[in-house]
Design a protein around this ligand. Structure first.
Ligand code: HEM
Length: 139
C-alpha cells in the first residue's frame, strides 16, 4: 500500500468513526428518549470522541498535504474545506461550553440541550459541505 493511500484511509476512517458521531449528538441532545441528565452525560462523551476525531482529521489532512508537497494548498476546495472544518470545531467547542453551563445551572438543562442540538446541526451541515468539497473538488 502506498503512503498516500494509507493516509487517505486514516483520514476517511477518522471522518466516519470520529466525526460521524456528531449526528448522534443531534439525536441525543434532542431528547432521544432519555432523561436530561443522561442526555448531558452521553453528549459529553460524544463530544470528547468527536474532538479527537476532528484532531485526527486535521493531522491526517496536513499529512496528506505534506505528502503531496503542499500542491493543493492553492485549491479553493481545500481552503474552503479547511474553513468549514474550523466551523465544525467552533460548533463543537460552543456545544461543550454550553454543556459545562448545564453543570453549573441544572435548571437550564432543557434550553441548553436544545442549543447543543442546534450547534450540532450546524456542525453536521459543515461536515457535509466539507466532504462534498474534498470528494468532488469542484474548483
Ligand atoms: C470535517 C473535517 C474533514 C472531513 C469530513 C474531510 C473529508 C475528506 C474526504 C471525504 C476526502 C476524500 C476525498 C477523495 O476520496 O478524493 C478528503 C480528502 C482530503 N482532505 Fe479532508 N476532510 C476534513 C478535514 C480536512 C482538513 C482539516 C484538511 C487539511 C488540513 C484536509 C485535507 C484533505 C486532503 C489533502 C485530501 C486529499 C485530496 C486528494 O488529493 O484526493 N481535510 N477529506
Amino acid at each position: 500500500m502506498d503512503v498516500r493511500a494509507a493516509l487517505l484511509f486514516v483520514h476517511l476512517v477518522s471522518a466516519v468513526l470520529g466525526v460521524g458521531p456528531i449526528m448522534g449528538l443531534v439525536v441525543v441532545a434532542r431528547g432521544g428518549g432519555s432523561s436530561p441528565a443522561v442526555a448531558i452525560s452521553i453528549s459529553n462523551a460524544l463530544l470528547r470522541l468527536t474532538n479527537w476525531g476532528l484532531l485526527a482529521m486535521v493531522l491526517s489532512g496536513l499529512a496528506l498535504l505534506y505528502q503531496a508537497q503542499w500542491i493543493q494548498v492553492n485549491a479553493w476546495w481545500l481552503r474552503i474545506g479547511v474553513l468549514l472544518a474550523c466551523v465544525v470545531g467552533m460548533g463543537l467547542g460552543l456545544a461543550q461550553s454550553a454543556l459545562r453551563q448545564a453543570k453549573r445551572d441544572p435548571s437550564r438543562v432543557d434550553s441548553i440541550l436544545s442549543r447543543v442540538a442546534t450547534l450540532s446541526w450546524i456542525s453536521v451541515a459543515a461536515v457535509v459541505a466539507t466532504v462534498a468539497l474534498m470528494a468532488l473538488k469542484p474548483f
